[in-house]
Design a protein around this ligand. Structure first.
Ligand code: GMT
Length: 367
């Protein structure tokens, strides 16, 4: 198939999933065209069968908000004409699904598109009054709609009142790239220091300060260090909380890394304190490296973790700390959770398994 994939290029789960999917589909022999306003951070160069198309937006003094959605619709049409694309797969509904609908309307109605919902496009931005109606309309117009968890599919029906069927296709992980290394867990290391990791885009919804609050309690009881991976608006706040709670010397902000697969396997535990999380791709990447997770029980996280980690209520850092201390004080429990996490990542969320599900949806739409 000739497939156009539209996504955000910035660090964020939807762009990562879209880019990894484009690379995996190209490896399966499809012709892939990736469209975005910048080169996606996960896109590796020189992949046969995969081309990146930048969407350029013209600035003009009159435009306080340059109309990216129009520029994208135009680029989709151009790519379709040049490359004879069979269908577009847009990741994150706003504004990508609306641009796809516009592109379809401009070419006489024959353009097919699949929309994948990732989370905040429904739960936060999409439900904003300013965006709800066009988002709902574009979902109804999509040839197929998928959601990255059952929870998000249910939310979509509930909040948007859409009648359309939503296919649940979970996110995936490259289990050969994200895998355990020979790094030993804390109970086999001389220093006995527990390495705790958190990775996100540090947006308010991630509640990184709660991760730090939980960590502050953990390190009072057991030797521990917190590695913060990623970056975003709440970074300074999180580090200030660490300073206030007297544990800043044990917190390391490693920033944006493109070698996550090197850092994650060195951890004993992944912490996630999100307020909402439709899936939790970083959690899955950690699981694939054999790192168990303690997370808030929100959104679709339970679908990812299953019984391989611990869920605690949102905004209860003390409970999160207690769950972490329990796991990090019991080598047998930690080993079994670590093995179970890796096994679950392979059995339920491998690239092959999930990408095949998308291929079936494309075939259904094209038939
Ligand atoms: O909202 C974000 O933090 C980023 C967002 C995205 O689309 O880039 O992440 C969402 O999509 C990811 C990939 O499907 C999911 O793993 C995340 O759980 C989801 N984020 C939220 O629901 C908050």
């Amino acid at each position: 198939m000739r497939i156009g994939i539209v996504c955000y290029p910035t660090v964020g789960g939807s762009g990562v999933v879209a880019t990894e999917m484009a690379m995996a589909l190209a490896a399966r022999g499809h012709e892939l065209h990736l469209l975005s306003y910048d080169r996606p951070s996960r896109l590796r160069g020189g992949i046969p069968g995969l081309r990146f198309h930048e969407v350029a937006v013209t600035a003009y003094p009159l435009f306080r908000y340059p109309p990216y959605d129009l520029a994208l619709a135009t680029r989709m049409l151009e790519v379709r004409e040049e490359a004879k694309v069979d269908l577009f797969h847009v990741h994150y509904a706003i504004p990508h699904a609306v641009s796809a609908f516009l592109a379809r309307s401009m070419c006489g109605g024959s353009l097919k598109f699949v929309t994948t919902l990732h989370g905040t496009d429904i739960t936060v931005v999409g439900s904003d009054r300013a965006y709800l109606r066009p988002t709902r309309f574009a979902l109804e117009q999509s040839d197929a709609v998928t959601a990255v968890s059952q929870h998000l599919a249910d939310e979509t029906h509930l909040m948007f009142g859409v009648k359309k069927h939503v296919d649940v296709v979970h996110n995936f992980v490259d289990t050969e790239r994200f895998k355990p290394t020979d790094h030993k867990p804390w109970h086999q290391r001389e220093d006995g220091e527990r390495i705790i990791v958190h990775a996100s885009n540090f947006r308010p919804v991630k509640r990184v300060a709660d991760v730090v609050r939980a960590f502050a309690s953990i390190q009072k009881q057991i030797p521990a260090r917190l590695l913060l991976l990623g970056d975003g608006p709440d970074r300074e706040h999180a580090l200030a909380v660490a300073a206030d709670l007297g544990c800043k010397h044990r917190v390391e902000h490693l920033g944006m890394r493109d070698d996550l697969e090197q850092v994650l396997p060195t951890a004993d535990l992944f912490l996630s304190a999100s307020q909402t999380e439709s899936f939790g791709l970083s959690i899955l990447e950690a699981m694939s490296c054999g790192v168990p997770c303690v997370s808030t029980a929100v959104g679709g996280v339970s679908e990812v973790i299953g019984d391989t980690g611990t869920l605690v209520p949102f905004s209860e850092p003390e409970m999160m700390a207690n769950a972490a201390i329990e796991l990090l004080s019991n080598p047998e429990l930690h080993t079994s959770q670590s093995i179970a996490a890796r096994k679950r990542a392979i059995e339920c969320f491998s690239t092959d398994r999930i990408v095949s599900q998308y291929e079936s949806i494309y075939k259904r739409v094209l038939s």
